[in-house]
Design a protein around this ligand. Structure first.
Ligand SMILES: Cc1cc2nc3c(=O)[nH]c(=O)nc-3n(C[C@H](O)[C@H](O)[C@H](O)COP(=O)(O)OP(=O)(O)OC[C@H]3O[C@@H](n4cnc5c(N)ncnc54)[C@H](O)[C@@H]3O)c2cc1C
Length: 298
């Protein structure tokens, strides 16, 4: 066992895995090994990992659901933390919800609807965690997390708790100034009173829409590019560029939704990066539009 892994084992409660293949932890099913992957079991252990990575000079990566990232084929040096076994606390006080960053958005949407609250139904089919969702201001059906988040708490590299107000999160379309050196631990959401049956119906309709519009049968990381601020969507541009269904190695621009790249089996990060570069080049050449990445390349 490497020194880093041995030290972390002594320090924390939870699992410490050496040379853990990250394709097991991403929705793309792509990615080489993490030098050390840590699954802390409680918040104090999480804090200790953050501090240890900082003091030992090890690079630190955070994975929530791993549903919006591309991990390189040769993996990641340093420490990768997954938040999904800790940061799961949920407190509902009237219309205010304080939720751990490791909670899956579909679960959070369902729990708040069942608690008689409205405002998070849109998130029922977004497969990641609240933490990852806040970093990218995840959204769908005309709504996003920025519409409901009032406060965010996190840890800085020295393990100190940081509090940010909505204004300090820098939310924009599929972006924020969160992430980076801040590990998000929880957030407060302001919801409104809702009708349970109506909420359930909304979520069923959203999930039906997804099943018919998104290639959910293959591993992917959701939308690859942000939609341009005006004009046709990224998917429409890639489609018009003639790239729908284009395949490179194991990766393919989805035949159903051209802003999704799917893993048809054995795709490498390099296959995906080559498809990304091809789509950006062709869309720029044919329509003069620069496509910006929505997914994060770690
Ligand atoms: C089939 C499919 C459909 C999707 N549909 C949508 C959609 O409709 N709308 C949408 O917006 N997205 C969609 N996505 C993308 C993705 O689910 C969301 O962006 C999700 O919110 C990402 O959360 P995650 O926990 O998986 O983040 P990850 O992929 O784990 O991480 C994303 C980024 O956030 C960082 N991060 C994660 N957790 C934390 C934390 N606690 N603190 C600090 N940084 C953190 C990571 O380091 C990384 O940079 C879809 C993805 C798939 C596979």
């Amino acid at each position: 066992m490497s020194q880093l892994a041995a030290e972390l084992r002594r320090l924390i409660r939870g699992e410490v895995r050496r040379k853990e293949p990250l394709h097991k932890h991403t929705s793309f099913r792509i990615g080489g090994p993490a030098e050390v992957l840590v699954l802390p079991r409680d918040e104090e252990s999480l804090r200790r990992v953050v501090v240890h990575a900082h003091t030992s000079g090890s690079p630190l990566y955070v994975l929530g659901g791993g549903t919006n990232v591309l991990v390189p084929d040769d993996g990641l040096n340093g420490v990768v933390i997954r938040t999904t076994r800790c940061l799961k606390a949920l407190r509902i006080e009237g219309e205010s919800v304080i939720a751990g960053a490791g909670i899956a958005l579909p679960r959070l949407a369902a729990l708040t609807v069942e608690a008689g609250l409205s405002g998070l139904e849109f998130a029922c089919g977004i497969p990641g965690t609240l933490g990852g969702g806040l970093v990218g201001n995840a959204g769908a059906h005309g709504r996003s997390l920025a519409d409901v988040v009032t406060d965010v708490w996190g840890l800085d590299p020295e393990g100190r708790e940081i509090h940010l107000t909505h204004r300090e999160c820098g939310f924009g379309y599929r972006r924020s100034t969160l992430g980076g050196a801040l590990l998000i631990t929880c957030a407060r959401l302001a919801l409104s009173p809702g009708d349970r049956d109506k909420g359930r119906e909304m979520m069923e309709a959203y999930l039906r829409w997804r099943r018919s519009h998104q290639p959910l049968g293959f591993p992917s990381a959701g939308s690859v590019f942000r939609n341009p601020p005006e004009g046709p969507s990224a998917g429409a541009l890639i489609d018009r560029a003639g790239l729908k269904g284009y395949r490179l190695g194991g990766a393919q621009i989805s035949e159903l939704h051209a802003n999704f790249i799917v893993n048809r089996g054995g795709a490498t990060a390099q296959d995906v990066l080559s498809l990304i570069a091809l789509a950006q080049r062709e869309v720029k050449k044919q329509f003069g539009v620069t496509l910006e990445l929505e997914l994060t390349v770690l």
